[in-house]
Design a protein around this ligand. Structure first.
Ligand code: LMR
Length: 327
């Protein structure tokens, strides 16, 4: 066979081979139920990534701590055992990226619009860039909701928290704010919270309605106090070596997937929260206690010393950039 025929044959073989090349697999692990904003966004990420890459990228979603629990998932990402996560910004302290914990400060934001001036602006971008040094690509913030308290008694006044064992995420700012109220904070993986509440290992916890509902915390807590005391958002992250190693054509598609999934998350979150609250109310299993503006103010006042206390940890410059961005 002439050389030119061999070239044609090899070319045909090469294009056939690339069509059948093994897909690039993205393992996306998370700790919440599928029927939550983060769970739905992970499924949306999978759907559009596989559609837009025509199957060259395959996304395997592992919800509800099936694959890894809180701290484990970040270790797994850094080792490359999973490629994408979306932890709350409260979980980056143990990695040594303490600046994210500034966003845990109690009553830092009055509403979602104020929060988005940070998460969707230059301050958020500068926080995401701090993950590079840990081998993590900070891709986006997903703005979820404000956190509420659950316990077997109403939590309306600072004194109501005194002596309570309250489960918190791995955040020194959350630790400080619970201690400022005289409570006893207990760091615990999200997957262990339900059983800890049911058995009394801890007396209470804080989360948005979607987590309180889907994890059934409301079934083992007599009161849900609407404190709106903390902001709850996710940071979509990837293993940096993996993400930077994507073929250029796929990388630009995946950047679009990140952008559109973020828009999807930020668009569904408010309705998901409202639906979860309605389902909790309809269950009749827990009493909803709505705090007045003055009661929230009293809680904020009691926790105000935390702002100064954690400044050395989160960085005065980070705090000042947040204050400037939120005016
Ligand atoms: C938690 O309390 O750990 C949860 O907020 C985690 C999550 O991913 O929503």
């Amino acid at each position: 066979m002439k050389l030119k025929h061999w070239v044609v044959l090899l070319g045909a073989f090469a294009s056939a081979a690339s069509a059948w090349a093994a897909p690039i697999v993205i393992k996306f692990s998370h700790v919440v139920a599928t029927d939550t904003p983060k769970g739905k966004a992970a499924e949306y990420f999978k759907k559009i990534a596989e559609e837009r890459t025509h199957g060259q990228v395959q996304v395997q979603v592992y919800p509800n701590s099936q694959l890894y629990k809180d701290k484990e998932e970040l270790d797994a990402l850094q080792m490359g055992a999973v490629q994408v996560l979306a932890p709350t910004f409260s979980k980056f302290g143990p990695l040594g990226v303490k600046e994210f914990e500034a966003l845990d400060l109690p009553y830092l934001f009055d509403d979602m619009d104020m929060a988005r001036k940070v998460t969707q602006g230059p301050v958020g971008q500068s926080l995401l860039a701090k993950l590079d040094a840990k081998g993590i690509e900070g891709l986006a913030f997903w703005d979820n909701a404000f956190k509420q308290m659950t316990a077997n008694k109403p939590l309306k006044k600072p004194d109501d928290f005194r002596g309570m064992k309250i489960r918190i995420q791995s955040s020194k700012v959350m630790d400080a704010q619970m201690r400022a109220l005289g409570a006893n904070p207990q760091v615990m993986a999200f997957s262990e919270v339900y059983q800890a509440l049911q058995t009394g290992v801890v007396d209470g916890q804080d989360n948005p309605y979607s987590n309180i509902y889907t994890q059934k915390f409301f079934e083992v807590q007599k009161y849900l106090s609407v404190t709106d005391h903390g902001y709850h958002a996710y940071v979509l992250i990837a293993n940096k070596k993996f993400w930077d190693g994507l073929p250029p054509n796929l990388r630009s598609v995946m950047d679009g997937v990140v952008k559109d999934t973020t828009a999807y998350f930020n668009q569904i979150a408010a309705q998901e929260e409202a639906d979860s609250l309605a389902r909790i109310k309809a269950s009749g299993r827990t009493q909803i206690v709505v705090l007045t503006k003055d009661e929230k103010l009293a809680l904020k006042k009691a926790m105000l010393p935390v702002y100064k206390q954690v400044e050395p940890r989160v960085g005065k410059d980070v705090l000042e950039s947040i204050y400037k961005a939120t005016g």
